[in-house]
Design a protein around this ligand. Structure first.
Ligand code: ZN
Length: 278
């Protein structure tokens, strides 16, 4: 099933979203579908007896930091000649899919989040913090969390590499309903593919360096040795100076959630976030 979904939706995270709705652990999913793929998706949903609603606008992705994920996009008319993506709201109930579309069109972020099954604490957090200038709330979530060590379930930074157990911004990396949500999702993935569940869990147990403008880095197999965090390979959204510094040293010291040292170079400030997901 997951393989079939991936052929239609081209991404693991999108395929999982659809799977959660099929499995009744999510009331409704909102996924971006490239306009040339729309007919294929509609065909698939029809076969699975799922209801859907399609946005009256489309979006064009901007500032793409990775091939899988972009937080920034601009809205255009649905007949705009530039090719773009439509939001498809899918659910087992037609009225749920329709109300998700309606809430999005009214910019009612909180109501939309609740329809999609996100925890209320996180819907409130999103409504309070999201705006056109601040579309990626990851560093804000870190600010809202205690320390820098968290359970891997809320590692939403991995979405940049098409891996995630959550489809919303948790209000904190310690948000209990979000952790429960992710654990339930993982159980469903395990039911269909033990390999994928293992791969996801292992990749999400990484140390993350999350920057505002210098990319996102996943430090794999990170272990604490004395005062240092020692890691193996590094996944990156961009190959720049910081990437080469991180990947050529394989060890760093963490002095706080916005403060780390690599090769005697101190990197700190609110634009740099460090998270250790275990
Ligand atoms: Zn929450």
């Amino acid at each position: 099933m997951i393989h079939e979904l991936q052929q239609i939706f081209h991404s693991i995270t999108k395929s999982l979203e659809v799977l959660y709705v099929i499995e009744d652990i999510k009331p409704c999913a909102r996924i971006l579908v490239y306009e040339d793929d729309l007919n294929k998706v509609i065909d698939f949903l029809g076969k699975k007896r799922m209801h859907y609603s399609i946005s009256d606008f489309k979006v064009i992705k901007q500032n793409i930091q990775s091939e899988f994920y972009s937080d920034k996009s601009i809205k255009v008319e649905k007949d705009d000649i530039t090719k773009g993506y439509f939001f498809v709201y899918l659910s087992k109930k037609i009225e749920t899919a329709e109300s998700a579309k309606l809430m999005e069109s009214k910019n009612s972020h909180k109501e939309l989040g609740l329809i999609l099954g996100y925890p209320e604490c996180c819907c409130n957090f999103f409504e309070m913090n999201f705006n056109k200038q601040d579309t990626d709330l990851t560093l804000k979530i870190l600010e809202n969390s205690n320390g820098y060590k968290f359970l891997f379930y809320t590692n939403i930074a991995a979405r940049h590499f098409d891996m995630s157990l959550l489809s919303h911004f948790p209000h904190s990396f310690e948000c209990v309903p979000s952790i429960k949500n992710a654990q339930n999702n993982l159980k469903i993935i395990q039911k269909y593919s033990k390999e994928l569940a293992l791969m996801l869990s292992s990749l999400m147990q990484s140390t993350v360096i999350y920057t505002l403008n210098e990319g996102i880095f996943l430090l794999r197999k990170c272990e604490k040795v004395d005062d240092y965090f020692v890691y193996s390979d590094v996944l990156t959204t961009t190959k720049n100076k910081l990437y080469y510094l991180i990947s050529s040293n394989k060890m760093l010291q963490i002095n706080g959630k916005n403060n780390f040292i690599i090769n005697d170079i101190k990197i700190s400030g609110p634009q740099y976030g460090v998270m250790v997901f275990i």
